[in-house]
Design a protein around this ligand. Structure first.
Ligand SMILES: [Zn+2]
Ligand SMILES: [Zn+2]
Length: 127
């Protein structure tokens, strides 16, 4: 693994909050100002392809990268875009429909529970 990959991976691990590529770049730039934004984007993509990190999908929004590669699920706040991990055996055991008729091969699945996070709800309740 190259030094640049290592710096980018360390940033994803340290941020630990499903960072966007820009957030990763911000952190990397503090540590190694020589690493360009384009390099961070490229490196994140190749780390995701290698399975070292995963892309936590967030349709319609910026890609979020995840340092946890084992199957888990997400709480997604519709107000502040916070993504929080949730592990739940019942979600893991959800039956996956047969998609062969659609020509689609399922590799894994993640459940997104969408709603409003505690912080945003508390902000709302404060007059
Ligand atoms: Zn929120
Ligand atoms: Zn996650």
């Amino acid at each position: 693994m190259t030094q640049q990959r290592l710096v980018v991976l360390e940033a994803v691990l340290d941020l630990d909050n499903h960072p966007t590529a820009d957030q990763v770049h911000e952190t990397v730039a503090h540590r190694d100002p020589g690493v360009s934004r384009a390099t961070v984007y490229r490196t994140l993509e190749s780390l995701a392809r290698l399975g070292v990190i995963t892309k936590a999908c967030h349709p319609g929004k910026t890609v979020r990268y995840d340092s946890r590669t084992e199957p888990h699920h997400h709480l997604v706040c519709l107000r502040c875009d916070a993504v929080t991990d949730i592990a739940d055996d019942r979600l893991d055991a959800l039956p996956v429909p047969d998609t062969t008729g659609l020509g689609f091969e399922v590799s894994d699945f993640r459940v997104q529970l969408r709603g409003i996070c505690r912080r945003c709800r508390e902000l709302e309740e404060t007059p």
